[in-house]
Design a protein around this ligand. Structure first.
Ligand code: DAH
Length: 349
């Protein structure tokens, strides 16, 4: 009986130590010292003992009961003070305090400039067309009059996913997608990501952004191309911006040209931004090569067209004086937060 009593005391000590709430405590109370408790069973067993044995065992039972009761009391105090602490903590929370402002993201500088270019072009009657980042050789090269042995088609320049599946190297692919699906007259722009197998350096990134423009109609001439690009340059870079066209070669335009704008850093005098030339190249352009029309079944006798493509990252860097293209792709918040104040609506609208 003595050992049994000892075991009960031990058990009560352990269980009460674990009690966290008054619910736990009440359960343990009735289990150890209540009416139907184990201790009461012992009391009942006293009757079966001889009158000599009774007082000693009665005392032992009472001792254990008293000990358990004092542990119960201590446990009650412990739970009470824990609840008190919790309520003090809850009361010290000021529900009337204004909420911490949540940080709202802002436009990436590339998006700011892209939207600005789109605005300028839409105001001239262009519609925005979307293409695919993943393309096939027909849309990226063949239909754009780029011969099979052209160096751009090789693995060192183009990311191939598998045979005939690649990441587009230029937004000119969208010219083909649009001409396949719609009949002239066409007047579209298409901004988007392009990919080339270039290593990151100050002016190169394997992912970059272009904006393509295409106009197809009867009687479209080189003059329309020049006027459109001149207007685009003035709207983007201000009325003092001068432009010049240099002959160039692109497989999908004939004749082809590159357009430079007078350096907006030095105004054309020469500085490090324009490498002392006074000019900055911003677009490739030209009259759509009749071979391109033939590849997709547009009547090249009836229709002519012009196209141009400009690098959005390059224009973004120039406009915001960003010295290294990598800033545009690293997503460093210290850099991006500097553009918090530029919404779509506050630049050159
Ligand atoms: N796709 C050319 C490039 O990535 C840029 C370009 C040049 C686009 C002439 C055109 C164009 O539409 O007519 O270098």
């Amino acid at each position: 009986m003595k050992e049994e009593l000892h075991a009960i005391l031990k058990q009560a000590e352990e269980d009460l130590k674990r009690a966290q709430t008054f619910f736990d405590l009440n359960n343990l109370k009735s289990r150890f010292v209540g009416k139907k408790s184990v201790i009461n069973q012992f009391m009942k067993r006293l009757g079966s003992l001889s009158p000599e044995e009774r007082p000693a065992f009665g005392k032992q039972i009472n001792d254990v009961k008293t000990k358990i009761e004092s542990i119960i009391k201590a446990t009650e105090e412990r739970i009470n003070s824990k609840l008190y602490e919790q309520s003090v903590k809850a009361a010290s929370f000021d529900y009337t305090m204004p909420a911490r402002p949540s940080e709202i993201g802002s436009l990436h500088p590339i998006s700011i400039i892209q939207h600005q270019i789109e605005d300028v072009m839409i105001s001239m009657g262009f519609q925005v067309a979307e293409g695919f980042d993943v393309e096939d050789e027909f849309h990226n090269f063949d239909a754009l009059n780029t011969p099979k042995d052209h160096p751009a088609r090789n693995l060192a320049d183009t990311f191939f996913i598998e045979k005939d599946v690649l990441l587009r190297t230029q937004t000119s692919t969208v010219q083909i997608r649009v001409m396949e699906n719609y009949k002239p007259p066409l007047k579209i722009i298409s901004p988007g990501r392009c990919y080339r197998n270039d290593k990151f350096d100050q002016t190169h990134s394997p992912v970059f952004h272009q904006l393509e423009a295409l106009v197809v109609d009867e009687n479209i001439s080189f003059k329309d191309l020049k006027e459109t690009l001149n207007h685009f340059a003035v709207r983007m870079f201000g009325t003092s911006c001068k432009t010049r066209f240099r002959p160039h070669f692109f497989p999908f335009t004939e004749p082809s040209a590159e357009m430079d704008v007078s350096c907006f850093n030095c105004g054309g005098k020469g500085c490090s931004t324009c490498k002392n030339s006074g000019w900055i190249e911003i677009a490739g352009a030209g009259m759509v090569d009749p071979n391109v029309f033939d590849a997709i079944g547009i009547d090249s006798e009836k229709y002519t067209g012009f196209a141009f493509g400009c690098g959005i990252d390059r224009i973004t860097m120039q406009k915001f004086c960003i010295p290294d293209i990598r800033f545009l792709f690293e997503n460093d918040l210290r850099f991006l937060r500097q553009f918090n104040n530029f919404s779509d609506y506050n630049i050159n609208r």
